[in-house]
Design a protein. Structure first.
Ligand code: PRT
Ligand code: ZN
Length: 312
């Protein structure tokens, strides 16, 4: 920057009536992330950023929020608009349901799965219908807010059915005679149950994903890498537990084989002869199976502790 640049900046700063230091501040590069303004994704999206150590000064502006300790700006949008805004570069990355990414079919990059807002897109029919196979949908009317995903599924299965696109309360469509079946998101399945429907075909599984613009410059890519590193540490910590137990020395080999930990378990001798304390990390999915085996091998005093962050 030379003196002419400084003159120009000063001139603009005074024209806008803003203090000079604010102009310098806006020159710092920040990654723009789009998250859902309100709805099922909002809280978990903010939580994952918070757990990644990113803090926001909660201004009144609900359109945008700036992180105070990380080069990140959050923009709040309707989830349906996020893929398009990311493709257009209005936001460089975004958090949205995979179902929306597939349905909107925008030219964006799928970066990471985030492990929350898990659901599936399924076809459901009145519970008394004697369903046999996907061929039962031939010539039927199916109501959905996901016409693209449904039409891909129907084509793949050689089914010729009529798609009725509706934007909400899809589950009431069969009851009011608007459709023979529905294609909608299912979480616990209780909405289907309450509306006298049963799930017959799962079209896709979905969870919240981080998507990105395909043409990020080097500065934005390096901020994104830092963000991904932090999110990854949060995700790993959620999937793993720290485990401490007392083990009889004669069973240590078997025990170490089932709880290998990040490199290998830590083993410390106990004051009581013939016993050791074993510390390790176990994956949540294998947890209950491992616990049963540990008891079989005579492990005692088993403590399981949540991990806050985990970096391999
Ligand atoms: O206002 P905006 O457009 O931003 O939000 P939205 O109303 O379109 O979406 P929102 O907030 O309802 O959901 C956002 C995202 O959450 C979805 O795109 C999915 O990726 C994810 N998600 C996870 C779900 C569900 N689970 C879910 N169960 N989205 C919707 N549902 C609905 C479903 O449509 C049905 O009406 O919940 C009902 C079924 O739930 P169960 O538990 O009874 O089976
Ligand atoms: Zn939406």
């Amino acid at each position: 920057m030379d003196l002419t640049d400084i003159d120009t900046i000063l001139e603009r700063a005074y024209q806008n009536g803003r203090p000079f230091f604010l102009c310098l501040e806006t020159m710092e590069s920040k990654l723009k992330i789009a998250i859902q303004k309100s709805g099922r994704l909002f809280e978990d999206s903010m939580r994952i950023l918070k757990e990644a150590g990113i803090e926001f000064n909660n201004g009144v502006n609900k359109l945008k929020s700036e992180a105070v300790n990380f080069p990140l700006e959050v923009f709040f949008f309707r989830d349906d608009d996020i893929p398009q805004y990311v493709e257009d570069g209005i936001a460089e990355v975004g958090i949205v349901g995979e179902n929306v990414v597939i349905e909107k079919n925008r030219d964006v990059k799928m970066i990471d799965r985030l492990g929350f807002a898990k659901c599936r897109l399924s076809i459901a029919i009145p519970k008394d219908y004697p369903y046999k196979s996907t061929q039962d949908f031939q010539g039927k009317r199916i109501a959905t807010s996901y016409p693209r995903s449904l039409s891909i599924f129907l084509k793949k299965n050689d089914i010729c059915a009529e798609i009725h696109e509706i934007s909400g309360s899809v589950e009431i469509a069969p009851g009011i005679g608007l459709a023979d079946a529905i294609c909608d998101l299912v979480g616990s399945g209780s909405t289907l149950l309450m509306n006298g429907l049963k799930e017959t075909e799962v079209i896709l599984q979905s969870e919240a994903v981080l998507i990105g613009n395909k043409a990020l410059d080097q500065t934005k890519l390096s901020i994104l890498e830092k963000l991904r590193f932090r999110i990854d540490a949060v995700k790993k910590s959620k999937n793993n537990k720290y485990i401490l137990l007392n083990a009889p020395n004669k069973k240590l080999d078997e025990i170490c084989r089932i709880i290998p930990g990040m490199k290998s378990p830590t083993i410390l001798p106990l004051a009581q002869a013939g016993w050791s304390s074993v510390h390790s990390v176990v994956n949540e999915n294998d947890f209950w199976g491992i616990l049963e085996k540990l008891k079989e091998y005579g492990a005692q005093g088993i403590l399981v502790i949540p991990i806050e962050k985990m970096i391999l």
